[in-house]
Structure formats: structure tokens, C-alpha cells
Design a protein around this ligand. Structure first.
Ligand SMILES: [Zn+2]
Length: 436
């Protein structure tokens, strides 16, 4: 039977691995960093930049935010999140669970699901595994996440066990509803075999609707993105055109419970596996210990996704422990506050020492911001409250994260990941004037 996604390992170096993930909408090299598009947009960075210079192949959408605003009906009626937003490459949507559970005072948890108050207007809302799957089908993402309870990083053993057992029951319910929705054909991102990516000619991207096609026909800048579509694969389509579903492993910092959650989740069977509940306030070494313990036990042939992580250092350390996929709001969130990631650590553009600085944010970065603008100019824009400062630093930060992953993949392919890791990390620590 055709699968919704295909992932093949292309190289290994220690626990680190590179691979190619094919979805119905793009070909993605792993390890990959996925920019976060909370409200259906990457804050401050237009899709045109993500498609061309930054070449992001997959981004995140947030179920919780889109569910509350503009609401599922509107997005469904406008043809799903791809068509609505015009983002034509892969989308991964989270389940909404993480955001709901961040609203500690605003929720009521039952076996059935979670009742909460909208942070927008205080209205009473309800999310369950079934509703989360329905929302994600309406959004039409390529990768859907199971609905889970995100256990706080400092939860005790018994509380964590209870939580992961609930997560496991919810995972089963997520999968049941997900499969029915796929059979019913309500996934708004569905691509028929003719439209699916694989087997298509290089010059013709998958259609997301008339609007985008119209722009593509007339705008050479957008039409030129076609070159970024992956090459057609010989032998016709082996993708089903449907959505993929990932399961989530919880268990906080308790290794025994991580193992239990892993067995339960793999027992249900998913297209990929995510590690949840890390980078939620626990110590850094807890995260590294959990990854070191867990990743080698996860199915080798499925992509491993570490949710919500992290700093450039975290990404490198996690890749070294066998993780393939990442997402984090940090590049754009930090960008908005004037904090830039560089190959020699973070800098804060607000710092007075940058006022007369003619150097780019990062002399080693080849992004269009670093090619053209100086730290002094960007600092001036930031101090003057010009929105271009946030836009340009966010752009550079995403370029830095995506380029770092490119270099990571290169080092794994050439069998020198360990050297790359130690050189990259020691350089990163040289000049950190704004540690996270
Ligand atoms: Zn740059």
C-alpha cells in the first residue's frame, strides 16, 4: 500500500543520520529545522523569502491558534491552510495540546478531552483527540500530530505515569479518528495521484488552487521557485496523497516512563515519532540524557522529531543523539527582540557597542541581510522602532538555523560530524553577549 510519506536514510555517522523525507508536497532533507508559522505565517518573514533564499521545505502551523482564529470553518471553506495561506510546500500541524496545557489556569482535563477558555475572548472551548484530528484534516497539513497531554518537566513519577497513560489512550483515539477522516476524504490538502509530487515534472509544482496558479503564471519571481521543487522520481508515485500521523512519546525526565511511553506509542504504530515534553523548563542535561536513552530505542526507519527545540547547540546535540526533525519559535521570537544568532554566539543588537559597527550580524553568513546591512544600521533601526529591524533579524536568524542544518547534513554525509560538532560549539561559545 502507498504511504503518505517516505523517509530514507542516506548517511550515518555515529548516531547522527541524514535522510530524505518525501511528502505529497515537498522533498525535505533531514536533519531539518522547521520554522514555526503559529498563525499561518512565519512572523516577519514572507513565504517568498522562505521559498527562495531560505529554501525552507516544511513549516509548522498551530492548531490551537488557527482553531480559535480565524476558525476551522473559514479555513476549510477557503480550501485548507495551503490554499488559504498560499504556502505550497509541506506543513506540519501540532495537535493544539501543548498550547492548551500551557494555559494551566484556564483548563479542565477529563478522559474525554480538555475544556479551556480562549486566551482571545475568554470563550469556553473544547479539544479532544477526535476534534484535533478533524481540525488538522481541515487544515490539510502533510504531517498531523496525535493529541497528547504535555507533562510538565518537573512532574513526579506517579503524575507522569498517569499522564502518559492518558496520552497513550488519546494516541489510540487520535489514530482511529485520523484513519476514518482519511477514508472519508475530508483532508483538505489531499492530492490525487496525478497531482502528488512524485512522478510530476520538475517544472510544475503541485496545485493549491486557482489563486496561486494565477500569480505563478504572471510573476517570474514566484514561477522561478519551481526550480526548488524536488526532482521527479522514476517509477511513478509511491505516495498515497494522504496525511501522515506522528505519535508523541512523553514521560518527562523519568527514563523508565519514557521507555514505557515509547513501547505504547510504537505499539499503536505511526508514520513517525516525536519526543514531547522536553525544553519545558527542565535542566539541559535532563534533555540530553532522555535523548541519549530514548533515540536509539526508537524505530530506526522512521523519522524522529524533537518538539519545540531549540538553540543551535541543542540542535547539534540532538542530531548527535539521532534526532531528525526540529521546530522552535526562537529564530523569529528572538529576532523581534533584537537578538541575533551568529556563528560566534548570540549578539544583542540593542547593545550600545554595535552603534558604530560596520560589520554584518555574522561575517560568515551569506543571507541577504548580512550581505547588505551593518550591525550599526540594524541597531539604529531597532532603536528607532522601525519594523524592518525585527523583520531583518528574524530573516537572518532563520537563515542561520537553516544553514546550520545544511552544514550538519554535509558533515554527516562526509563522516566528520564529531569534528564539526566540536568546532561549531567551541566557536559558538566564543562571544555570547546574550545567552538564552
Ligand atoms: Zn545573515
Amino acid at each position: 500500500m502507498d504511504s503518505p510519506i517516505v523517509w530514507n536514510i542516506t548517511a550515518r555517522d555515529g548516531e547522527a543520520r541524514t535522510g530524505i523525507l518525501r511528502t505529497r508536497r515537498s522533498e525535505i532533507e533531514t536533519p531539518v529545522f522547521m520554522p514555526v508559522g503559529t498563525q499561518g505565517a512565519i512572523k516577519g518573514v514572507r513565504f517568498e523569502w522562505l521559498e527562495s533564499e531560505l529554501d525552507a521545505r516544511i513549516i509548522l502551523g498551530n492548531t490551537y491558534h488557527l482553531f480559535l482564529r480565524p476558525g476551522v470553518e473559514i479555513i476549510r471553506n477557503l480550501g485548507g491552510l495551503h490554499k488559504f495561506s498560499t504556502w505550497n510546500r509541506s506543513l506540519l500541524t501540532d495537535s493544539g495540546g501543548f498550547q492548551v496545557f500551557s494555559l494551566t489556569d484556564l483548563r479542565k482535563l477529563t478522559e474525554d478531552g480538555v475544556e479551556f477558555r480562549s486566551h482571545l475572548d475568554g470563550s469556553k472551548q473544547f479539544l479532544s483527540p477526535e476534534i484535533s484530528m478533524e481540525v488538522q484534516a481541515a487544515l490539510g497539513s502533510e504531517i498531523v500530530m496525535a493529541f497528547d497531554e504535555c507533562t510538565p518537566g518537573d512532574a513526579g513519577f506517579e503524575a507522569t505515569r498517569k499522564s502518559l497513560e492518558l496520552t497513550s489512550r488519546w494516541a489510540l483515539r487520535s489514530k482511529d479518528r485520523f484513519e476514518k477522516l482519511q477514508e472519508e476524504g475530508v483532508d483538505s490538502g489531499f492530492l490525487s495521484e496525478q497531482d502528488a509530487l512524485v512522478g510530476r515534472s520538475l517544472s510544475e509544482p503541485p496545485a493549491v488552487g486557482g489563486g496561486l496558479r494565477r500569480i505563478r503564471d504572471t510573476d517570474p519571481a514566484i514561477a522561478s521557485n519551481d526550480k526548488l521543487q524536488p526532482p521527479a522520481t522514476a517509477g511513478g508515485s509511491d505516495l498515497s496523497g494522504r496525511q501522515a500521523l506522528f505519535g508523541i512519546i512523553q514521560g518527562a525526565g523519568h527514563l523508565e516512563l519514557r521507555n514505557e511511553s515509547l513501547e505504547k506509542t510504537v505499539g499503536i504504530g505511526f508514520d513517525g515519532y516525536a519526543i514531547g515534553g522536553l525544553s519545558v523548563g527542565e535542566e539541559k542535561n535532563v534533555m540530553y540524557d532522555v535523548l541519549e536513552f530514548l533515540a536509539p530505542k526508537m524505530p530506526v526507519e522512521k523519522p524522529r522529531y524533537l518538539m519545540g527545540v531549540g538553540t543551535p547547540e541543542d540542535l547539534i546535540e540532538a542530531v548527535g543523539r539521532g534526532v531528525d526533525m526540529f521546530d522552535c519559535v526562537m529564530p523569529t521570537r528572538n529576532g523581534r527582540t533584537g537578538s541575533a544568532f551568529t556563528s560566534r554566539g548570540k549578539i544583542n543588537i540593542r547593545n550600545a557597542k554595535h552603534a558604530g559597527d560596520d560589520e554584518p550580524i555574522d561575517a560568515e553568513c551569506r543571507c541577504s541581510v548580512c550581505e547588505r546591512y551593518s550591525r550599526g544600521y540594524l541597531r539604529h533601526l531597532y532603536q528607532a522602532g522601525e519594523m524592518n529591524a525585527a523583520i531583518m533579524i528574524s530573516h537572518h536568524n532563520l537563515a542561520f538555523f537553516l544553514d546550520t542544518m545544511r552544514r550538519v547534513r554535509q558533515s554527516i554525509k562526509s563522516g566528520r560530524f564529531a569534528t564539526f560538532r566540536s568546532e561549531f560549539l567551541s566557536k559558538l561559545r566564543e562571544n555570547d553577549d546574550a545567552r538564552v
